[in-house]
Design a protein around this ligand. Structure first.
Ligand SMILES: *Cc1c(COP(=O)(O)O)cnc(C)c1O
Length: 371
């Protein structure tokens, strides 16, 4: 059996350091925020080359607070893509603003930034590009447009810790960068966690208030706040894991390279890396019109796969908007029908990758079903 992800093998490799970090927090008594979270914030800000980092309890909370810190609220519009995890769009809805969708680039599966300007109105406050699968979106043209039209850019970097765009870490390119530490992410907690990074000191201060009940002084509430604080245990655990992130990302890139080599003469659409990008392969997704049949076949071969994501957000019943009927965002809809995520994690062996590539070759010997 080849699992889609394997979190326990990684845990075993760092077990002693994690146990020591957990003991430190349990003995120290700072179970929510506290010195370990503060230290992790400093280390993470340095890692992504921003001035500030604010730890929260999930990537979703990070997006919600970044939008609030940007002043987004009812009556505003926020531009994003529907081919993403639902949290990107949910966070916009939490503020009372309206999500406005643009299509993805069919080659990179990230925001087609050339489409953004045509949907900007007087109500548009912000844009959320998503660095999907660990592939950076094309940030330079987006930032140029945002400066021209006075828009706040919030990077959804939940799948892209350590990815770089033209040499700079994602999260540091926009006004805000939002990260998730859900266990399966490239940098994962042993529980929930998230982070907002920014280099704007006033925004950082606002974020610190918002995550902790809007109280500068305990029990004195200057604004509507939230209980979105990061736990001490997760901060301490993430400090240990951050030290390994570059090595883990390098192993993901190496595994992706082996897949690409093994599949290059097979009839599947493969991930493409743009010249501006240093991706971190949170996910390695191939494309085929026979996706569902292929997935069943691999399952029968003992190979577990994922689909990220089978339904684009504009076609989710909970997010329906008459402005976006079926067919209105065609590249996102096609990707949702065709993508299949192969097993990928830093500890995957080249033997496993060969097994997957061989199984894929047996499924499509004639090459008639390329995406
Ligand atoms: C995981 C994820 C989120 C949400 O993060 P949580 O920590 O699960 O709340 C947001 N956006 C994207 C693209 C994600 O993959």
């Amino acid at each position: 059996m080849i699992p889609f992800v394997d979190l326990q093998t990684q845990y075993r490799s760092i077990r002693d350091d994690i146990r020591a970090a957990v003991d430190r927090v349990l003995d120290g008594g700072a179970y929510v925020l506290g010195p370990e979270v503060a230290a992790f914030e400093h280390e993470f800000a340095a890692y992504v080359e921003t001035s500030f980092a604010v730890g929260v309890n999930s990537g979703t909370s990070a997006l919600h607070l970044a939008l609030l810190a940007a002043g987004v609220g009812p009556g505003d519009e926020v531009v994003t893509v529907p081919f993403t995890f639902v949290a990107t769009v949910a966070a916009i809805r939490y503020t009372g603003a309206r999500p406005v969708f643009v299509d993805i680039d069919p080659c990179t599966l990230t925001m087609d930034v050339t489409r953004v300007e045509s949907v900007v109105t007087a109500r548009t406050k912000a844009v959320i590009p998503v660095h999907l699968y660990g592939q950076p979106a094309d940030m330079d043209p987006l930032m140029a447009l945002a400066r021209r039209r006075n828009l706040v850019v919030i990077e959804d970097a939940a799948q892209a810790h350590g990815a770089r765009y033209k040499g700079r870490p994602v999260g540091s390119l926009g006004d805000f960068g939002c990260f998730s530490f859900y266990p399966g992410k490239n940098l994962g907690a042993y529980g929930e966690g998230g982070m907002i990074v920014t280099s704007d000191p006033e925004a950082a201060e606002r974020l610190r208030l918002l995550r902790d009940w809007g109280a500068k002084e305990k029990y004195h509430h200057d604004m509507l706040g939230y209980n979105y604080r990061m736990e001490g245990l997760q901060g301490a655990i993430l400090r240990v894991k951050l030290r390994h992130l570059d090595e883990w990302n390098a192993r993901r890139r190496a595994a992706a390279g082996l897949y690409t080599l093994g599949l290059k003469n097979q009839p599947y659409g493969l991930p493409r890396t743009m010249s501006y990008a240093e991706p971190v392969f949170h996910i390695y997704a191939i494309r085929t019109n026979e996706r569902d049949r292929l997935r069943q076949y691999l399952q029968a071969e003992g190979i577990h796969t994922g689909i990220h994501y089978p339904v684009p957000v504009h076609l989710q019943p909970g997010y329906a908007d008459p402005a976006y009927p079926a067919g209105s965002v065609p590249h996102a809809e096609a990707a949702a029908r065709q993508v299949l995520s192969l097993p990928l994690y830093p500890e995957i062996t080249s033997g496993h990758i060969d097994t997957v590539a061989d199984a894929l070759a047996r499924f499509a010997p004639t090459g008639e079903m390329a995406a």
